[in-house]
Ligand binder design. Structure first.
Ligand code: GDR
Length: 328
């Protein structure tokens, strides 16, 4: 008997992770659906740019995390086998500027989806995108699934809440809900507001002759940076297990923002010290100083490990931006 095509629904499909995940699921033979905002459907050349190469293979539905009825309608229409909840207000800095909208989108949006799954498709397997920002001011290095959460931003708090809600729905209603505690993951598709892409885009533009400085905040913050294309595979793996569980997904190495700058500028033959200026506007009211993940559990249970190394990641992003800005 032929096996039935699995149907996946992705929130946040227009983002970095959503686009890599959609490509990966298509390559695995899935029927891929995505939730997008109505304005994205009206302006596909700008808002769906990361999906441009696969757009005709996708089924897109307009809905908003802020509207329970819109989510309810899409989930009852699609009836997914797997739901990947990636959409969020994901920029940590912005969460300090508007904690109310961050809480509303990230907490209420997650709550709405959990309730839709419970009511409409209790057999559906759901992935919740947790974050290393949940560890925040962590009491130990490296951080694993047993490390205590101490979030340092409204964003981190919203993710801790989403994580606990997901676990509670799993335990209370016997649903298959898995959470990834994902450390920073980057790529040429990263938004320009995040520090890695900010650095690689500036390095490339300066190489091409732009007379600009690169204003940054805390150069000593350390992050565990991996490649987003590797991380979406772990999301999929989590939903193929016998039991739902939570997993740290990380490279196990940590590097400072300064080291990222150094490598990125070296890649274009420049010295970062000649181009970076420290600008207090980019400091955060409360900083997370060091993150480094221990993904032993993911390695042992999912057979997952990060493939792309830190220098290769920096090189990939810089080379992409050199090409990207040569066309501007
Ligand atoms: P982060 O990513 O907050 O770790 O969250 P981001 O790239 O924004 O910051 C990383 C570190 O760099 C420092 N920094 C700056 N950051 C930005 N954005 N701009 C600057 O100019 C700058 N200067 C220094 C920051 O202070 C910070 O320490 C990312 C997001 O993708 C989250 O959604 C996700 O959950 C986590 O990673 C894992």
């Amino acid at each position: 008997m032929a096996t039935q095509t699995k149907r996946a629904l992705i929130t946040g499909i227009t983002g970095q992770d959503g686009s890599y995940l959609a490509e990966y699921l298509l390559s695995q033979g899935y029927e891929v659906h995505g939730i997008v905002r109505r304005v994205a459907l009206e302006d596909p050349s700008n808002r769906l740019v990361r999906l441009s190469s696969i757009l005709e293979k996708l089924h897109l539905h307009s809905a908003s995390l802020e509207s329970f009825p819109s989510l309810y309608r899409v989930i009852s229409e699609v009836r997914p086998d797997e739901l990947y909840h990636l959409a969020a207000q994901s920029f940590v800095s912005y969460s300090f500027e508007d904690s109310f909208s961050t809480f509303s989108t990230n907490i209420d949006g997650t709550h709405s989806l959990l309730e839709c799954v419970r009511d409409l498709v209790p057999e559906c397997r759901m992935y919740f995108a947790g974050s290393s920002e949940m560890f925040g001011h962590a009491a130990e290095v490296p951080q694993s699934e047993t490390t205590r959460f101490y979030p340092r931003s409204p964003y981190g708090i919203s993710k801790v809440t989403g994580f606990h809600m997901s676990r509670n729905y799993r335990e209370s209603y016997n649903l298959f809900i898995a959470s990834g505690i994902m450390f920073n993951h980057e790529s040429p598709r990263r938004g320009f507001e995040f520090v890695t892409r900010k650095i690689t885009s500036h390095a490339a533009r300066i190489r091409h002759g732009a007379r600009i400085k690169l204003p940054l905040g805390n150069l000593d913050a350390k992050r565990d940076w991996g490649f987003a294309g590797d991380y979406v595979k772990a999301m999929h793996q989590m939903l193929q297990q016998d039991q739902p569980d939570d997993f740290v997904i990380a490279t196990g190495q940590t590097h400072s923002v300064r080291e990222f700058c150094q490598l990125a500028f070296e890649e274009v033959g420049l010295n970062y010290e000649d181009h970076v200026v420290v600008d207090p506007r980019f400091y955060r009211p409360a900083e997370v100083h060091v993150l480094m993940g221990d993904s032993t559990k993911a390695r042992e249970k999912l057979g997952w490990k990060a493939e792309v190394t830190f220098p290769d990641l920096v090189r990939m992003m810089v080379q992409h931006d050199l090409e990207h800005f040569s066309r501007k």
